[in-house]
Ligand binder design. Structure first.
Ligand SMILES: *Cc1c(COP(=O)(O)O)cnc(C)c1O
Length: 499
């Protein structure tokens, strides 16, 4: 069986999982995939009795077979330990007749922790055994963030030996809390910088930095530094996310809500398509998933794609209350199209050329039909997001953040099939966005800063502010750089020299 990884745009490559994780993005701009996906299945027997960590061992064993069992075991122990505020890691809560999976119990209060507590540990073990001592090559993670990835990556990589991390975020387009989470990050190997423009501008510039061979050569020869990505295109980020779909299923089994083998539906607040793609991988390795529903905010490029077959990035960009979903190019969609087309790399190459050249692509009708059998879609505008936050609070006494609210709205609009339980993935703590959430509940927040909003929200609802967020108010700001996208290359170069 060919367990090697290659680009979505060409089947020529022959990388191990470790190499794919170390490199991040394929040389031709494609994403790493393996044609072995789905050949090995995870047995559902005994799933209900497994801990999160035991499930992670099974999933990673199947999807990253070149890591040894003991390597994976060590990574899991470090990634899913005391830094999580719930021993279940991703606890399932009842929400009316439906369920909600809390993905925000990690150190930065957002779902990206699930992957980014793991990725640095996987990355640190990508050197061939025995070579660590001689090979002084370091990995510099460069990432563009629309808000949450940045902090989660910083928290994951800070002071991890042999690595450095540089985070760019769109200036003025993340919340006060999100910005402080990043600019107060400590660690000898971290750099944080604001960039003019929106997330897509920053992400495009990061992609150009990765494609810059001259820069790569200079950094390698001058500093023994290799650039890599922590964005959700990295295989090492995608794979850990597959685990919580199994965890949700196991918890439904334990509740007696489903019997073994019964199908479940997931509604996923979506931006770069990483979270929901992990659900697709879960299905491919044996999880009974009936539908995966893409929930978007007003940047509904995926909704248009899934209803028309045309992906068109040439459209207005909206800054919404769910910044981590304000995305016009959903990078991980490319992987889904690769697998759904039966591994048709030439087709993917053509579609991505079209996207690059014309700003849009159109998939064949047969492919769209196949995609639509599994993937549902919907989206919420700003007022629907606000109403959903207040409705969920009134109906269920449960506070949701604006990203989760997009999913809540979409789920609420869907026809209910009583046979199939629905799980809404909750991607951030409401306290990361206390102003929006407070306003939705009708609180008067005029003149209050984000921390006063948190306190007022807690007082009004009787819920608790996560300590990791509350103490940001008193943490010193360590980074205040702001640059244009054109200056990002130099910034990375200088950060690499400091490693
Ligand atoms: C990143 C993020 C999303 C979107 O996830 P993708 O994997 O990019 O689709 C949704 N909500 C929050 C809070 C996030 O941080």
């Amino acid at each position: 069986m060919d367990t090697f990884f290659h680009s979505t745009r060409s089947t020529n490559g022959h990388l191990t999982g470790k190499q794919a994780i170390r490199q991040g993005l394929a040389d031709d701009g494609g994403l790493f995939v393996t044609d072995a996906l789905g050949k090995d299945k995870l047995s559902l027997d005994g799933l209900a009795d497994m801990s999160y960590q035991e499930m992670a061992l099974q999933v990673l064993g199947i999807l990253l077979p070149d890591y040894s069992q003991s390597e994976v075991r060590d990574c899991i122990a470090q990634a899913y330990g005391e830094q999580w505020s719930d021993p279940l890691i991703t606890p399932l809560r009842p929400l009316g007749d439906d369920y909600l999976l809390e993905l925000f119990q990690g150190p930065t209060c957002a779902f990206k922790d699930v992957a980014l507590q793991m990725l640095p540990r996987l990355m640190a073990r990508t050197l061939p055994t025995g070579q660590e001592a001689q090979d002084d090559q370091k990995i510099m993670i460069v990432t563009a963030t629309s808000g949450d990835t940045g902090k989660a990556a910083l928290a994951g990589f800070a002071d991890v030996p042999g690595t450095g991390i540089t985070v760019f975020y769109p200036s003025g387009k993340v919340s006060q809390v999100q910005e402080l989470q990043m600019t107060t990050q400590t660690g000898s190997n971290v750099s944080v910088c604001a960039v003019d423009g929106n997330f897509d501008d920053a992400q495009s510039a990061v992609k150009a930095i990765f494609a810059d061979r001259e820069l790569a050569r200079d950094l390698d020869q001058g500093n023994r530094v290799m650039l890599s990505s922590a964005n959700s295109i990295n295989v090492g980020r995608l794979v850990p996310q597959v685990v919580y779909y199994f965890s949700a299923y196991a918890q439904l089994l334990r509740l007696g809500r489903i019997s073994l083998g019964q199908e479940v539906e997931f509604v996923v607040p979506t931006g770069n398509f990483g979270d929901i793609l992990a659900g697709y991988y879960a299905k491919r390795i044996g999880l009974p998933v009936k539908h995966l529903v893409v929930a978007s905010d007003r940047n509904n490029v995926l909704f248009d794609f899934l209803t028309s077959g045309t992906y068109n990035r040439q459209r207005p960009f909206y800054q919404t209350s769910s910044p981590s979903m304000d995305i016009l190019v959903s990078s991980n969609l490319e992987r889904m199209l690769y697998y759904m087309s039966g591994g048709d790399a030439p087709l993917i190459q053509m579609l991505m050329n079209d996207l690059q050249g014309w700003g849009s692509f159109e998939v064949p009708e047969s492919l769209l039909a196949k995609v639509r059998e599994l993937f549902g879609c919907g989206w919420a505008d700003e007022s629907q997001v606000s109403q959903s936050i207040s409705q969920c609070w009134k109906r269920s006494g449960y506070l949701i953040d604006p990203h989760t609210a997009c999913g809540y709205y979409v789920m609420d609009q869907m026809p209910r099939d009583t046979q199939t339980p629905r799980v809404l993935l909750s991607t951030a703590s409401p306290y990361k966005f206390p102003r929006v959430v407070g306003q939705a509940l009708g609180l008067d927040l005029d003149g209050a800063d984000d921390f006063e909003c948190m306190d007022l929200l807690a007082k009004t609802t009787g819920t608790t502010v996560p300590q990791a967020l509350r103490r940001l108010a008193d943490s010193p700001v360590l980074f205040s750089d702001s640059i244009s996208t054109g200056q990002m290359r130099d910034y990375v170069s200088r950060a690499a020299q400091r490693l």
